[in-house]
Design a protein around this ligand. Structure first.
Ligand SMILES: *Cc1c(COP(=O)(O)O)cnc(C)c1O
Length: 512
């Protein structure tokens, strides 16, 4: 064993005080299964029993029983408790993931979402018997419409990317209904979130990239040269993924509307602007929200989200159906009678539990509170940026844009790579050893060795100070010996993973 290897070994075992240990092997819930074991005794049936044939036609029923795990309650609890401890989540530590708004998810929201009237409502319940839920959805639509400055809202889309798809389907319906030239192109800035060009392709349009000016905004001359009658839409985020607010937005809107195209606002992340400015006021026609980012629905790990859309008057006729509406007599209803609608985007009405949490958030903060949340999000980002501009950090990790940021900012790890031989990925992995989740890395693509940080408004000054100190410490350590970071992490349940390999060769350990 070389000296260096020996030292890593010591680092790896430091938390265990040098006592040899065996990290527990991961077993799946299926490997814990023993035939006949149960965690749950169903209450006796309190409705008349009906033959299975009446409930599910024979040709739709499976012929062999599903391979479900059979485990006792303590085994289930231990299994998931153990998995949760191997994970890193917002309740574990600071999680400054840029663009994704990992803000605190207030626990009160879980109580509200878990109330029987919310959690036990059947999605096929008749609207007359689901007035409370429809009222909540209608109120949420009103609130989101107000926040966006666009009056008509559909809660159906299940994710930001799903909202984007809805927006492009609406754009297509709008152009087809109006007649005129066939439009085949959608413009996206080269700073766009990856879902934007993916959605454009999925919706059957050609992606046309628009360049970025030295300040980080849209290159308006490039936009003007590409905006023609074949353009259906420009998809934009403002502030964009560089954390830069585009002050040319009115000019951009007039160029886009000048060729008859729609202006789409990727509002996945509204953390910089809630209660301060509104996409509708900037001239946007369609916006999507990620309730699982700015509006506190817990996310990550593919959990349920919601990507509602808000649209202007001219787009309203095409909104998905059914729409949640308030009738003249004050009753709430599902309106299916929409002849120009693009149709239904998903089963039932959307992820209702998400609506409850986000509505609880909006109501508990109120408009003043939402504004304050955005102000503090921007303040926290600028505070952290200022800390990281200190000597010793900026030398290796300078800000990609030398200006005041919005809710997030980009650093470039290019000097760190050049002078220390350390990649952004190495820094990210070493952060895990300090109990901090890494920021977004290698995005936006525009910045070499990018590091995109979004501290959010729910973090304390002490947490931000600690994070800056940790970054400085890792750089100091790397100056002495970059190998340490290159082999990180040491303290996590698994060491450095072959991420491409994991994505390309997934191992499925579930009996089929
Ligand atoms: C997260 C995000 C999206 C995609 O949202 P999903 O819910 O993950 O589909 C789109 N655009 C931006 C700017 C985002 O941050």
């Amino acid at each position: 064993m070389s000296a260096t290897e020996h030292r890593f070994d010591q680092i790896a075992s430091r938390p265990q005080d040098g006592i040899p240990f065996q990290r527990d092997a991961v077993t799946t819930i299926y490997e814990r299964s023993v035939t006949g074991r149960r965690a749950f005794a169903a209450p006796p049936l309190d409705v008349p029993e009906r033959p299975l044939d009446e409930l599910i036609p024979a040709h739709l029923r499976r012929t062999t029983p599903a391979a479900l795990p059979e485990v006792s309650e303590p085994e289930i609890v231990r299994h998931y408790n153990r998995l949760s401890k191997r994970n890193f989540d917002l309740d574990t530590g600071f999680y400054p993931l840029g663009s994704c708004t990992m803000k605190h998810n207030p626990k009160l929201h879980e109580r509200v979402a878990g109330l029987p009237g919310n959690a036990r409502l059947h999605p096929l319940q008749d609207p007359q018997r689901a007035q409370g839920a429809l009222e909540l959805m209608w109120n949420l639509q009103q609130s989101l419409g107000e926040i966006a400055g666009l009056p008509h809202v559909s809660l159906q889309p299940s994710a930001g990317s799903h909202g984007e798809l809805a927006g492009l389907l609406l754009t297509r319906a709008y152009h087809e209904d109006r007649g005129g030239p066939r439009r085949t192109k959608v413009l996206t800035p080269d700073t766009a979130h990856g879902t934007n060009p993916a959605t454009v392709t999925m919706a059957g349009y050609d992606v046309v990239k628009v360049g970025t000016n030295p300040d980080g905004g849209v290159d308006v001359d490039d936009l003007r040269s590409k905006a023609d009658e074949q353009v259906a839409c420009l998809m934009l985020t403002n502030p964009n993924t560089l954390g830069v607010f585009d002050a040319n937005i009115e000019e951009i809107a007039s160029i886009v509307h000048g060729v008859g195209a729609t202006l789409y606002y990727d509002g996945a992340n509204l953390n910089a602007i809630m209660g301060i400015t509104r996409p509708g006021d900037m001239g946007f026609d369609i916006v999507h929200f990620n309730l699982h980012k700015s509006f506190t629905q817990p996310h990550g790990g593919g959990g349920p989200g919601a990507g509602p859309i808000a649209v202007s008057e001219r787009i309203e006729p095409y909104l998905p159906k059914p729409q949640v509406v308030k009738r003249e007599d004050g009753a709430f209803d599902l309106d299916e009678d929409r002849s120009k609608s693009i149709g239904k985007l998903r089963g039932f009405q959307g992820n209702y539990g998400v609506f409850v949490r986000s509505y609880a958030y909006i109501r508990s903060l109120g408009s003043e509170g939402l504004r304050e949340a955005s102000e503090v999000a921007v303040l926290n980002a600028n505070y952290l940026l200022a800390l990281l501009r200190r000597e010793g950090v900026a030398e290796y990790l300078p800000a990609a844009f030398d200006r005041i940021c919005m809710h997030e900012f980009v650093l470039s790890g290019a000097p760190m790579k050049r002078d220390l031989g350390l990649r952004t990925l190495d820094l990210a992995k070493r952060l895990l050893d300090h109990g901090v989740h890494p920021p977004t890395v290698y995005f936006p693509l525009l910045v070499d060795e990018a590091l995109l940080l979004e501290p959010t408004e729910t973090e304390t000054k002490e947490t931000l100070d600690h994070f800056a100190a940790v970054i400085a410490e890792i750089l100091r350590e790397a100056k002495a010996d970059p190998e340490i970071a290159r082999n990180a992490p040491y303290t996590t349940p698994v060491r450095r993973l072959d991420e491409a390999g994991a994505a390309k060769n997934p191992v499925i350990r579930q009996p089929l």
